[in-house]
Ligand binder design. Structure first.
Ligand code: ADP
Length: 422
């Protein structure tokens, strides 16, 4: 195993894994820290934690457990992945986790860089930009859990850690790996232990990647991962042109389960139905009244699947007014949990009936489905739309899963997904 990664949330882990696969690495993503070692052929593993907004001490202990597990696999380099908008509070968790990992690895210098130019995240003079505006002018300033009110990442990170934070500025990044290494040496001589890095383009990521060749710990968003596979190719540890996206064949029934109510998912459900797809709406009010909606949905779906009329779509996806109505009746959190559990039960029923290609729409919904199916790890396959790849569960029962968070994917996502798998 070449690269061992941990990510502070689930969809962020998939995003990172997707970038590594695009760089030719065979990648498995795990749900939390697995109890045992994985026996899959792979070049990188991404442990998905849920540590972004929990108390810092807990985030540190989860991250150290992940590190230990990654080290047991013999990983040569460790990658701590956080959000490309540097989501964190003044208490952490990016700073405390970075310091704990450095200490555990005996690492005297690392970088911190959330840049991902393809997704509009760039860093200049240590300031993070989201599209055309500084971080503190983006929607992130109103985030309910991690409002970001300062775009100066040197200042943001310094507030979270004891070690001295510095900057590798654009003038060095633009000149290439030797200049970056020289800047690192200069920073180290002044006692700096962590440096924010300016990055404006994919070319910058490739230059930065070369300079990170022998850094035992990298902390970053998913973008920096674009520049790392080339180092493993150069040493012969990774073969260029390896087909990293090949998944084992799935030839069972096909289904979509959708619990996201985002604008994008509403459009995807409408598109699927308009193009003749078979769809069953799970009614939140009936569920709340204790009616057997899941049994009804499965009784509707099973004959269609057997007659080869799939993929079938089971959805609770609804427009904002309908969502607000049920939320005002039973509360937002109760409604959310009730529907997530219903959709997870429905997904298990579909798999039991022979579905082995399943698209799930919604971040929380995906979490509930993966948990209900008892899936501990996923091999990452080909990308359907930016940030959303097909995956295949690791273990005895192989299910192809595409886990789409809210606003991801084009209008035709539910149709396109199955074409990509063919
Ligand atoms: P997204 O990725 O779009 O945020 P999630 O699955 O993370 O999607 O969150 C959607 C939430 O909305 C879930 O808790 C889900 O159970 C809930 N939900 C789904 N359908 C409805 C509905 N019709 N009414 C109210 N809540 C719903």
């Amino acid at each position: 195993m070449l690269l061992g990664c941990m990510a502070d949330d689930f969809t962020g882990a998939t995003d990172l894994a997707n970038n590594l696969v695009r760089g030719g690495m065979r990648v498995v993503q795990t749900v939390g820290v697995p109890g045992a070692l994985l026996k899959e052929d792979m070049d990188a593993v991404v442990v998905a934690l849920k540590s972004r907004t929990i108390p810092a001490a807990e985030a540190v202990s989860q991250s150290l457990a992940a590190l230990k597990w990654l080290q047991q696999h013999g990983c040569r380099q460790i990658y701590f992945k956080y959000c490309s908008t540097f989501d964190s509070t003044p208490a952490g968790n990016i700073g405390p986790v970075t310091e704990a990992l450095m200490h555990a690895l005996g690492c005297d210098f690392t970088i911190a860089c959330p840049a991902f130019p393809e997704a509009g995240r760039t860093v200049f003079k240590g300031h993070l930009f989201v599209g055309d505006v500084p971080l503190n002018e983006s929607g992130m300033r109103h985030h309910p859990l991690t409002p970001m009110t300062d775009a100066n990442l040197v200042r943001v990170l310094q507030a979270q850690m004891k070690a001295k934070v510095g900057l590798i500025g654009y003038e060095d990044v633009a000149r290439g790996p030797d200049a970056i290494r020289a800047r690192i040496a200069a920073l180290k001589s002044t006692g700096v232990k962590v440096a924010i890095v300016d990055v404006l383009s994919n070319d910058d990521l490739m230059r930065l990647g070369l300079a990170l060749n022998d850094m035992s710990l990298v902390t970053a968003g998913s973008g920096v991962a674009v520049g790392l596979p080339q180092n493993f190719v150069a040493t012969g540890a990774l073969h260029a042109g390896t087909s990293a996206t090949t998944l084992p064949h799935a030839d069972g029934y096909r289904a979509v389960v959708s619990g996201s109510c985002s604008v994008a998912t509403n459009a995807q459900v409408a598109y699927f139905i308009a193009s003749g797809g078979a769809a069953f709406a799970i009614d939140a009010a009936k569920l709340a009244a204790g009616e057997p909606e899941v049994e009804r949905a499965l009784a509707w779906a099973n004959p269609l699947l057997e007659q080869g009329k799939g993929p079938v779509l089971l959805y609770s996806t609804a427009a904002p007014a309908a969502v607000q109505k049920i939320q005002s009746q039973i509360g937002a959190s109760v409604a959310g949990q009730l529907i997530e559990q219903a959709l997870a039960t429905a997904a298990c029923g579909l798999v039991h009936a022979g579905v082995d290609q399943l698209v799930v729409a919604g971040g929380e919904t995906s979490g509930a489905v993966v948990q209900a199916l008892g899936i501990a790890a996923l091999r990452i396959g080909p990308q359907i739309d930016p940030g959303v790849p097909w995956t295949m569960s690791v273990g005895d029962k192989r299910i192809a899963l595409a886990l789409k968070s809210g606003n991801f994917g084009g209008e035709d996502f539910f149709v396109k997904a199955f074409r990509v798998l063919q």
